[in-house]
Design a protein around this ligand. Sequence first.
Ligand code: ADP
Ligand code: ASP
Ligand code: MG
Length: 429
Amino acid sequence: MGLVVQKYGGSSVADAEGIKRVAKRIVEAKQNGNQVVAVVSAMGDTTDELIDLAEQVSPMPAGRELDMLLTAGERISMALLAMAIKKLGHEAQSFTGSQAGVITDSVHNKARIIDVTPGRIKTSVDEGNIAIVAGFQGVSQDTKDITTLGRGGSDTTAVALAAALDADVCEIYTDVDGVFTADPRVVKKARKIDWISFEDMLELAASGSKVLLHRCVEYARRYNIPIHVRSSFSGLQGTWVSSEPVVRTTQQGDKQVEQALISGVAHDTSEAKVTVVGVPDKPGEAASIFRAIADAEINIDMVVQNVSAASTGLTDISFTLPKTEGRKAIDALEKNKAGIGFDSLRYDDQIGKISLVGAGMKTNPGVTADFFTALSDAGVNIELISTSEIRISVVTRADDVPEAVRAVHSAFGLDSDSDEAVVYGGTGR
Ligand code: ADP
Ligand code: ASP
Ligand code: MG
């Protein structure tokens, strides 16, 4: 008998009908002879609504209390799902993250999983139950407080449980048919990818393709857990994310799915840009700016330092970070203004990032030029650039993002010439 871990995102369990539909799918997996552990997210946009509610009460709510509030969302869906499964005549038990043995560090709102001790889940499935686990949450090893894993964290819960339980596969059920060459909400002609390597998926996820969270892909790569991303609304095969290309059986015999040169285009409008203006151009300045940011436990993304003006000996340093960390970053820099010695700070949250990802970039020198040409043909101005071996990213005005994504997608021949990509649910929030 195999063990399958399935994860259902918020859009798959948005209402009572969704819960009943998902319950049927879970029961089918059980009837196919598997032990089943289902990880579930909060219903629909519940997490966003709870954050809005918290902000109405307090603009910067305490991390511990925010986690306590947000984990309630997943508790609602896990209990309802267990009830729906029982109604179908099967045994199910729901568990919070803490009960499921998801142990984390103590960084509220973006805790990291440090261990998974799934004894209760193992016992439950061995006794014949379907185990339902609340995603996105754990318990701190040190403080014993309840933590959350950061937005989209249920993906990580699922992979971490799959690794700890030595599952055969981790299935991520969502509101689109798999991982596409771009977000189907932006590019109707996006193509479904049959197989993608952990490396390319990691870059896409880190660049904003929220279909999988990058920490979840990191975890899957470390423990070599294959992920199957698919729709909970259709019966179609989705996208396999794994280290080795999957072999598909065709009428002509077995065929290896090949690694594409370019995997896709990702975009992200969740970041903001901070510019530290008038920084003395001398050793140690960047170190003290980014030390202040790191001490506030803020992760940054791109960094650019301008050439200093010869007349003043002053330079500007810009960096991007999640909008949700903007206030904290500005406060941290202001507090250290005298020590760092800059003139002023500028904050811009009307930016967007577009990234092109693909292993083929390493060996194709023309890719960067084609990328910039596509953006220029679309009339899009570039503000920051960063690259890795298999990714090029640019920052533009937020308003330019949809057009820029479509232009790059077409320029690299990624447009599908058959069907339009289907988005089955969700609000895209
Ligand atoms: P869930 O609620 O199931 O966790 P998410 O909203 O987190 O769903 O992720 C699914 C969404 O990710 C899709 O509806 C789609 O808009 C978005 N998305 C972004 N980039 C991609 C991509 N490359 N392929 C597929 N979906 C993508
Ligand atoms: N409910 C959480 C969120 O909206 C976790 C998740 O959906 O994965 O971010
Ligand atoms: Mg998600």
